[in-house]
Design a binder for this molecule. Structure first.
Ligand code: PLP
Length: 368
């Protein structure tokens, strides 16, 4: 590639709009705001596959590898590009942390303002730091995420502010590209797709992506969509609004999901299920994935892995993999990077005591 060709490709950002433009609501006159998001690893896991057995293959779609460390970047590149095209000067969002981190970064890239409305004291420290370092205006409210989104919906009626939560359809459009990448790599859609369920925009987006690809003849299958909520924040599972959602998995600490209806329809149409996992199961799965596959994800992301384990074993699970066909393909999306939320695990690490700086003491400490 000549310098100029490479240069112009890099100016397009080399991200999901560049690769899947024909499926996205952009035109040649849309100014593309990209940080090179997407194209994340789809990691085959022999150990997860063995847990299910019967020739099944499990892949982990590692969305923590995106520019700001979560899948939110896929939707944000489209939402911010469209906002710029419409002449926006300020983005606004409610967030449990990752939407604000992503919005702040893409706003900085675009050279516009970003205001984030956050539940006070409830944001993982890494995510809060991201909003700060990218220069967002941070407003903390004495309420939860659902309160923050209610306020943002109202403020978004002002012409100067563009909402970049997943109620913005451009976000969902961008997030579909993860389904495209999976189908492109596997040669078809998987048989099952597992992911955590918070505001339920991502499950909605994956389903839309798989359907669109099938409709265009790019893939044949449609996966069964499995969504996992935290036990203390499971409105879709219980079919009722949870007033005070509680879970260690802050990214899915949501009591009244914005895409509730769409996600429910996707789960039903795809013959999937919604189930819940406890905080203990989430942390156990988070540590398991870190120690067996070298993939460090935040607690919300581990809900997908905890859900896979639940489907493997439990009689009380909404679905048991004991009845899945041999040689099925299963994809679990892990949505965000573990470094965003160090506090979830540091308490478990315990105190590390030092020894004298010599070989003998180190050997003794090692028990050798
Ligand atoms: C946003 C987010 C979720 C939840 O996705 P929804 O689209 O709200 O269901 C899960 N995990 C992480 C890391 C997130 O940032």
């Amino acid at each position: 590639m000549s310098m100029n060709a490479a240069g112009s490709r890099l100016k397009q950002g080399g991200g999901v709009i560049d690769r899947y433009r024909e499926f996205l609501p952009v035109s040649n006159s849309t100014p593309i705001v990209s940080l090179g998001e997407g194209n994340t690893p789809l990691v085959y896991s022999a150990k997860l596959s063995a847990r299910i057995g019967r020739g099944c293959e499990v892949f982990v779609k590692n969305e923590g590898v995106n520019p700001t460390g979560s899948f939110k970047d896929r939707g944000m590149t489209v939402a911010v590009s469209k906002a710029i095209e419409r002449g926006a000067r300020t983005l606004i969002c409610a967030s449990t942390g990752n939407t604000s981190a992503s919005a702040a970064a893409y706003a900085a890239r675009a050279g516009i303002e970003c205001t984030v409305i956050l539940p006070a004291g409830k944001i993982a420290s890494g995510k809060l730091l991201q909003a700060f370092v990218h220069g967002a205006k941070i407003i903390a409210i004495d309420g939860n995420f659902d309160d923050a989104l209610r306020i943002v919906r109202k403020l978004g009626q002002r012409e100067s502010l563009v909402i970049v939560n997943s109620i913005n359809p451009d976000r969902i459009a961008g997030q579909k590209t993860a389904a495209f990448e999976i189908a492109d790599l596997l040669g078809d859609a998987p048989d099952f797709h597992l992911l955590p369920l918070g505001n339920a925009g991502n499950l909605t987006a994956y389903w839309a992506g798989y359907r669109e690809y099938q409709g265009n003849g790019r893939s044949k299958r449609l996966p069964a969509m499995f969504g996992f909520q935290a036990a203390g924040a499971a409105p879709i599972f219980h079919d009722k609004i949870i007033e005070r959602p509680e879970t260690i998995a802050s990214a899915i600490r949501i009591g009244n999901p914005a895409s509730w209806r769409q996600a429910r329809a996707a789960i039903d149409q795809s013959k999937g299920v919604v189930d819940l996992v406890t905080d203990e199961q989430i942390i156990e799965a988070q540590i398991w994935l870190a120690q067996h596959e070298g993939i460090f994800v935040e607690p919300a992301s581990a809900a997908a892995i905890a859900g896979l384990f639940k489907c493997c074993n439990a009689k009380d699970a909404a679905y048991s993999f004991q009845k899945i066909p041999e040689e099925s393909r299963i994809v679990c999306t892990v949505t965000g990077h573990g470094l965003k939320d160090p506090d979830a695990l540091t308490a478990r690490m315990g105190k590390i005591t030092s020894v004298a700086a010599n070989e003998e003491d180190v050997l003794r400490a090692l028990g050798l």
